[in-house]
Design a protein around this ligand. Sequence first.
Ligand SMILES: Cc1ncc(COP(=O)(O)O)c(C=O)c1O
Length: 324
Amino acid sequence: MKVYNDVLSVIGNTPIVRLNRVVPKSQHQFFAKVEYFNPGGSVKDRIAMSIIEDAEKSGQLKPGGTIVEATSGNTGVGLALVGLLKGYKCVFVMPEKISEEKRAVLRAYGAKVVMTPTGLEPDDPNSHYSVARRIVEETPGAYLTNQYHNIANRRCHYETTGPEIWNQMDGQIDVFVGGAGTGGTLSGIGRFFKEKKPAVKIVCADPYGSILYDLFYHKEIRDPAHSYLVEGIGEDMLPENVEFQYMDDFVRVDDKESFQYCRDLASKEGLLVGPSCGAALAAAVKYSETLKSPSKILVMFPDGGRSYLSKAFNEQWLKEQKLV
Ligand SMILES: Cc1ncc(COP(=O)(O)O)c(C=O)c1O
């Protein structure tokens, strides 16, 4: 029988799809690694599996334990899936700006969701980071998966996602573009590509309002962090999983172009993806204009659009946010 033993075995091996209509006609070719084909609907299923197995091996997570995470949603879904099938309780802490759809999914998997105000400093006692830490201190057998600083995150992409992309593209890749939230995806894949073919350019799509751009180019924060609407990428602190040494360039993107590309991907390519995919593509197109020779550009699409129907695909909301 050609069947999977359980839903966890379906994680990974997502398709790469050529982008034909949404990108400008040019000498370059654009491809997308479409991560919404994972069972939990995002790239984060991959790290959820690695982080939990790593914690089991090290003895930090024991049978009957509780998984706690400060997440913007997708990592929660991955952890909820893995936690459910492995028999752990799950608690997720997230800022209020995260869409209701994402929270509902977590609850559907039996997880508990705790909301915190949006836009607080990371060390504010009410930020989602601080609240998650407090829950761990107060709950016996709790394990903070800590996707930002847990290096099982970037290791997972170095050991699995990187080689997977390399094999799918037969090593024919010149530029890799993605956003950085925890930085795990870009750092892990970046490290793998740099070892295989140092000429591959690793490009980070960074929203205006994130401090990563300044830290990469100036080693100091010049533009203070401010909030923006694209979820999941950009940061107001420097996570352990960000390894700038594997990145070549940062391209800044604004909400308007990110949401425009996001909607164009659905209406022109039939790819219903999330706003961070639009942000990555906006950066990829801008970066491509600086390239002299024909290049194969692979763009990471971390999640699907169904979690954003009330935002990115809602005319009323887009008008209110002055995005259309
Ligand atoms: C929707 C979305 N896109 C992109 C990312 C960035 O991936 P990473 O955390 O590996 O940098 C995330 C991470 O939270 C995300 O949720």
